[in-house]
Design a binder for this molecule. Structure first.
Ligand code: NAD
Length: 380
């Protein structure tokens, strides 16, 4: 059996990624599916229409026609109201959904009786690693954050011994040693910096040290059962602030990546701390999108306080659209493998914890509890 799959061009401002790259399209076509791609959908990531055609896709100019005949729609960003309106009732939609930002779109998807899987809800279990788009995109963001810091600062990162004297390596301090933080550490190390990192989860220390960086230790372990961080107590926060302050005074570059799922990002670097930093130092705040780890951060801007520049980048994965799209497309391909059976037909096994965990909307109902609460106020 063949499934009609559709890949619309992403419309969100600044979004250059595309849900499927030609390599993945070719695999799906080989499995017997029909893949329609909107003209120029991959252009922002340098995947041109000809490459999709060569991979066996049908490149389509008109979006409503593309969506109207689709069984499975693959996206990066949440669908717009117009896209939802054009999707056939009962079709399957897969992508990032950010339901807390777009509750009205969730309601529209429910009313349209779509089956919607949110990639950010895929459980962080071993079996789902190949579908873990949060991780693949955080890898991109962490790498790019280190490069932005290196590009912004007016000094070398590596130690250099030259006829014009010896240059001391830069001190890079990284907060949050999750997927993005570890990639930022690895990238700053490759650039020759001396790297220190801190995470409220003590277990992260081993990973930090294995990358050749120093781990700041505080007598706190805030890891909860799922491997995520819990919020710290007031006393813990005070101790943390003191240790943080000492470390940032010694740093040339600070990269913050700390997050607590479903909450505002924790505030780690205060205005006062920024004021004590060395002249010319740089902060890159990867949590800018979720409230910022630094008090000075303005999302999407670079601000200067005293002689410190604070960069608050938005949607970093889009800045590395080629590989971000490639990795995301492979995540989607692995997810599709889970919902398509050997005969090529859709088969939604709700007993499977990956499907049960990532479904946002199905059959006219909002399946994800916190989103249902947000959209329907807890009413069933
Ligand atoms: P995240 O983006 O939710 O947060 C980034 C990091 O910030 C986390 O390591 C968190 O502990 C840290 N943090 C929170 N508050 C902080 C504070 N006040 N100060 C310093 N650091 C703080 O994290 P993530 O990258 O999505 O990873 C979360 C966890 O999930 C990690 O344990 C990671 O190893 C794990 N994980 C597991 C899998 C899997 O098994 N499939 C896949 C990916 C991630």
């Amino acid at each position: 059996m063949a499934i009609n799959m559709a890949v619309p061009k992403e419309e969100a401002p600044g979004e250059r990624r595309v849900a499927l790259v030609p390599e993945v399209v070719a695999k799906l076509v080989k499995q017997g599916h029909n893949v329609a791609v909107e003209s120029d959908a991959g252009k922002g990531a340098h995947y041109l229409d000809e490459a999709y055609e060569k991979a066996g896709a049908n490149v389509v100019d008109e979006r409503s026609g593309l969506l109207g005949s689709a069984g499975v729609i693959l996206k990066v960003q949440p669908p717009t109201e117009d896209e939802i309106a054009a999707m056939p009732e009962g079709s399957v939609l897969i992508g990032f959904m950010y339901p807390h930002r777009y509750p009205e779109r969730v309601a529209a998807m429910r009313d349209k009786k779509l089956t919607v899987f949110a990639m950010e809800l895929v459980p962080r279990i071993t079996r789902a690693q190949a579908m873990d788009a949060l991780s693949s995109q955080a890898t991109v963001a962490g790498y790019k954050a280190a490069l932005i810091a290196a590009d912004t600062i007016d000094r070398f990162l590596p130690m250099l011994t030259t006829a014009a004297g010896t240059i001391r390596p830069a001190n890079v301090l990284i907060f949050g040693a999750g997927v993005a933080g570890l990639q930022a550490i690895a990238t700053a190390k490759r650039l020759g910096a001396v790297v220190t990192a801190y995470d409220v989860r003590r277990a992260a220390g081993e990973q930090v040290r294995s990358l050749g960086a120093k781990f700041l230790e505080l007598e706190i372990d805030a890891e909860t059962e799922g491997g995520y961080a819990r919020e710290l107590t007031e006393e813990e926060k005070k101790q943390e602030r003191e240790m943080v302050e000492q470390a940032i005074v010694a740093a040339d570059i600070v990269i913050t990546t700390a997050n607590i799922p479903g909450r505002r990002a924790p505030l780690i670097v205060t205005k006062e701390m920024v004021a004590k930093m060395k002249p010319g130092s740089v902060i890159v705040d990867l949590a800018a999108e979720s409230g910022g780890n630094c008090e000075v951060t303005k999302p999407g801007e670079t601000v200067q306080q005293n002689d410190v520049r604070v960069v608050g980048p938005l949607n970093l994965p889009s800045a590395l659209a080629v590989h971000a799209s490639e990795m995301y497309a492979k995540n989607l391909q692995n997810f599709l493998d889970l919902i398509i059976d050997d005969e090529g037909a859709l088969k939604l096994d709700w007993e499977d914890e990956i499907l049960a965990g990532s479904v946002l909307v199905h059959d006219g109902e909002i399946k994800h509890g916190p989103t249902r609460e947000l959209v329907e106020g807890g009413a069933q």
